[in-house]
Design a protein around this ligand. Structure first.
Ligand SMILES: Cc1cc2nc3c(=O)[nH]c(=O)nc-3n(C[C@H](O)[C@H](O)[C@H](O)COP(=O)(O)OP(=O)(O)OC[C@H]3O[C@@H](n4cnc5c(N)ncnc54)[C@H](O)[C@@H]3O)c2cc1C
Length: 397
């Protein structure tokens, strides 16, 4: 693409901002339309696999991320009812040696801010808030979006990075609401001095049990401690930021070992996520419009990859636009380069959810496989994912 485009992006989350950044660096003019009153992310942690660090390298953001990320020493799993260690994989140097990049964790708001600051440093990105897209139309080679509160924006292309409940997807694919998994996540963040020292560990630790698990890890280089408790429930409320029912949570963890009980008791207010995903599909690019991140391939969080896959999308989308003369061809090429990898992550995430929450023979089999002699046995099967991608090589002639 050797002309300057006006690109509209629906949604200023991690995926939308990553896309704005790479496209603006290629001298396109970008308008990000975010429905919220201000740009920001909820307070919780996310894990960043080595494939995501590979993208930070591609984006030139490694040192900015390094200033706010933490690097746990191990990734482990224990039985929530007995405390027995199921598997403990070394990270740090071992992750770098295996995949070329580290395994880290980060406060979502910090990752979002790194991207936002990088966008603000460029003169060709317009960042608009209170701008909820209601609908869009394609007119010859232009796209027009209409905002709920009135007003329109026009551009050469539209990228729907508007998340799990994407408005843009409704028109492009029209496959209804996301699939409710029946799993709920409660999340909370503790300050360093709120965590008893015998419970503090610089590790990502998953306490797994039948239909439940708890994940803990430190954030902001040890200032904070992240907790995410997941269990099966039939409650359903759309969105990512409603308050959780503490009694329901306690009931799900009554059999948990004392360190888990002790940690859970430290928290009075939990925020709740109802976990959803979708069946993998293709056909996310139509003419001048495409989808990115959760709008294209929403996944359960069990592989800790949703934000990472959104960032990979952004980098590949940029390379596809560089390599094609028409926007429609570029968007098709981008989708073709992405849909099988993201589908594999979507489906594998479901599988990992099942084995984390296993009971009976499935639990025995999981433990047997995870403990099969190699320290990395539980995660060795994810090499295809953690090795990551090379966006610049994808469309080379
Ligand atoms: C419990 C849990 C744990 C997770 N852990 C991890 C992890 O460890 N690692 C990881 O990589 N991922 C993780 N994820 C997944 C990750 O959070 C998502 O995949 C990621 O946030 C997707 O980014 P996105 O930009 O595509 O969508 P979103 O973050 O949902 O952003 C969409 C944006 O679009 C805006 N928007 C929506 N509709 C409109 C509209 N009509 N007009 C304008 N704006 C609109 C929204 O306000 C929002 O700002 C986790 C998710 C959950 C639920």
């Amino acid at each position: 693409m050797n002309r300057e485009l006006q690109i509209l992006i629906a949604g200023g989350g991690i995926g939308g901002l990553a896309a704005a950044l790479v496209l603006a660096r290629d001298a396109h003019r970008v308008t990000v339309l975010e429905q919220a009153e201000s740009f920001g992310e909820i307070g919780a942690g996310i894990q960043l696999g080595p494939n995501i660090f590979r993208m930070f390298d591609y984006l030139g953001l490694t040192s900015a991320i390094d200033r706010v990320a933490s690097y746990p020493t191990h990734l482990g799993m224990r039985d929530v009812r007995t405390g027995a260690q199921v598997v403990r994989v070394p990270l740090a140097d071992a992750a770098k040696a295996a995949y070329g990049y580290p395994y880290g964790v980060i406060y979502r708001a910090d990752l979002h801010e790194v991207l936002l600051n990088a966008c603000r440093a460029l003169g060709n990105i317009e960042l608009l808030t209170s701008a909820r897209i209601e609908s869009f139309s394609q007119l010859a080679d232009r796209v027009k979006v209409s905002l709920t509160e009135g007003g329109e924006h026009e551009g050469d292309a539209l990228i729907g990075a508007d998340g799990m409940w994407s408005r843009i997807r409704e028109t492009i694919i029209g496959d209804g609401k996301p699939r409710v998994s029946g799993h709920i996540a409660y999340r909370a963040v503790l300050k360093r001095d709120e965590v008893p020292s015998h419970l503090w560990r610089n590790e990502v630790e998953l306490w797994g049990g039948e239909k439940t698990h708890l994940v803990t890890y430190p954030l902001r280089r040890g200032e904070l401690y992240n907790l995410v408790a997941v269990f099966h429930s039939d409650k359903y409320e759309e969105g990512w930021n409603t308050f959780g029912d503490i009694d329901e949570l306690k009931a799900r963890f009554t059999d948990a070992v004392s360190p888990v009980q002790e940690l859970l008791q430290k928290i009075n207010v939990w925020k709740m996520w109802v976990l959803c995903d979708r069946e993998p599909v293709k056909g996310w690019s139509k003419g001048q419009v495409t989808l990115l991140g959760d709008a294209a391939h929403p996944m359960l969080q069990y592989l800790a990859q949703g934000a990472g896959q959104a960032i990979e999308d952004a980098c590949v989308l940029r390379e596809a636009l560089r390599a094609n003369d028409s926007i429609a061809d570029a968007f098709k090429a981008y989708e073709k380069a992405r849909y099988l990898r993201t589908a594999r992550v979507q489906l594998t995430a479901r599988f990992y959810g099942d084995i984390y929450h296993a009971s009976g023979v499935t639990r025995e089999l999981r433990n047997h496989l995870f403990q099969s002699g190699k320290e990395s046995a539980g995660f060795a099967g994810l090499k295809w994912m953690y090795d990551g991608i090379d966006p610049a090589a994808m469309f080379a002639q």
